[in-house]
Design a protein around this ligand. Structure first.
Ligand code: NAD
Length: 359
């Protein structure tokens, strides 16, 4: 009963024509930022997260505390728990679901393939089953990934480009997610928007990602491993700052179910849409390291090796014209500025002072 009251309070809408949104993965990097932004503008937000230990769970607990402090309740549970999800929809008639819970990371799949199937495929289907039975049916926006472009060599990547060469199991589960959501759209008329995020970075980020682990190692005086692609070509990523991604998520929630525009493919009675959310200006990994060195005022000890073929792709580069024309998506933070904000957050969160750890 206590739990139900907290969920109801958290779902309260405080603006005209506001939405009530279930955010899965709300203790995660993107989920915590999106939850805070939606709540701030007056939408009702309820979180769901299983607080798994893929990376430092204390970081997730701290994000949870931050989110809780803004009156957002996060239910601790798994997206595979159909009973729990059904109960949540009994308590709140969610208008939207922002589905961000997933097993992320490409390399972890080598040792833990099943966790990708559990969260990214079985969990997605469980959620869709509950949404399809809910009355009213919520509009669903979920995180796919730029990794679906795999070894595609035509840049920039457009939504209609080929996605039949996944380089990792992670990419394969995201691609499968696109097919699965498309079938639910087609059969049950669920309104679905898939967002292909391109390497998201920023404060409260994920410790398994290169910019984060590089920062940690550089500060601790440890070497960093920089991968180099075929023919000694540097790897490059279309790094996208978290605030830009949050704006893209909100824009797609606001237009979910409305029109199909140029980025969407109309199938069945409700729209099925896919959008790239990137930055359109790829930066090489050595340049990323240079920027971090400048911000940290420490030289990195670099260990440059050939890419070991563990799921990484050589480069990513988003064409964002669909998201721009559909909901005005326009990233505004360059890597230099975004990393400055990340480094500032990192130093204060981990209690560094002039390169020394103060506990
Ligand atoms: P994250 O790991 O920080 O967040 C995911 C959250 O989901 C975590 O808090 C985790 O505990 C939770 N979770 C995982 N499996 C769950 C399950 N079965 N049930 C309930 N909760 C579960 O990752 P993120 O970087 O915030 O990514 C958010 C989404 O965006 C993911 O779907 C990810 O695949 C996608 N994505 C992220 C990036 C990026 O660069 N960060 C790029 C492309 C796509």
């Amino acid at each position: 009963i206590q739990w139900e009251k907290q969920v109801r309070d958290s779902a309260q809408i405080r603006r005209p024509n506001g939405m009530s949104i279930l955010v899965t993965g709300a203790a995660g990097f993107v989920g915590s930022h999106v939850s805070l932004a939606l709540k701030k503008r007056g939408d009702g937000v309820v979180g769901l997260d299983n607080f798994n230990n893929y990376y430092d769970p204390s970081l997730k607990k701290d994000r949870k505390a931050l989110v809780n402090s803004r009156n957002i309740f996060i239910v601790e549970g798994d997206v595979n728990d159909m009973k729990l999800l059904t109960k949540l929809f009994d308590v709140v008639a969610f208008t939207h679901v922002m589905h961000l819970a997933a097993q992320a990371g490409v390399r972890y799949a080598m040792e833990n393939p099943q966790s990708y199937i559990h969260s990214n495929i079985a969990g997605l289907v469980t959620l869709l089953e509950v949404c399809k039975n809910a009355n009213p049916q919520p509009r669903i926006v979920w995180a796919s990934s730029s990794s679906v472009y795999g070894l595609n060599e035509k840049v920039p990547f457009s939504e209609s480009d080929r996605t039949d060469q996944p380089a990792s199991l992670y990419a394969a589960t995201k691609k499968a997610g696109e097919e699965i959501t498309h079938s639910y759209n087609h059969i049950y008329g669920l309104s679905i928007t898939g967002l292909r995020f391109f390497t998201v970075y920023g404060p409260w980020g994920r410790p398994d990602m290169a910019y984060f682990s590089f920062t940690r190692n550089i500060l601790q005086g440890k070497p960093i491993t920089v991968y180099r692609g075929k023919n000694r070509v540097d790897l490059a990523r279309d790094f996208t700052y978290i605030d830009d991604i949050v704006k893209g998520c909100m824009g797609s929630l606001d237009t979910a179910g409305k029109s199909t525009g140029s980025g969407g493919k109309k199938k069945g009675p409700a729209p099925y849409r896919i959008f790239n959310l990137g930055n359109t200006s790829p930066v090489t990994v050595p340049t990323l390291v240079n920027i971090l060195e400048r911000h940290l005022k420490i030289k990195a000890k670099k260990n440059v090796i050939d890419m070991p073929g563990n799921g990484d792709v050589p480069f990513t580069h988003a064409n964002i014209s669909s998201a721009r024309s559909e909901f005005g998506y326009k990233p505004t933070t360059d890597l230099q500025t975004g990393l400055r904000k990340f480094v500032r957050w990192y130093l204060s969160y981990y209690g560094y002072n002039h390169g020394k750890l103060v506990d």
